[in-house]
Design a protein. Sequence first.
Length: 129
Amino acid sequence: MTTTSIAFLTSSAFSLLTDKQFDLLRANGLMARLHDERGELFDPHPIVKLYVPGMRATWLLSAIDPRTPGIAFGLADLGFPELGFISLDELEELRVGGELSVRQDRAFHPVKPLSEYARDARRVGHIVT
């Protein structure tokens, strides 16, 4: 699936995200753009936590670029935590033994803005939820 093929969809084209999560991530992406245009900081809570069982690979996603819905923004930890852009297409392609490797932590309930998760992760060396 290419990002251009989902640019006009109103629901999630990604098995990792529910329609509601996709909508919330897109809404955050729109708000981030508006705040950026005004020179304001926008620091939402993450919407979803993804991980690969048995590996040190975790992502906290807070927004989706409304112009490119296959690109999310969040905190990634693949051995060291960093904020940045994440390809949802690439996460969908991560497979071990033919099965999708990335899982969603359905028990995750964010309690602080993404910047605080990033600050704490840098302090201890990994994402702590």
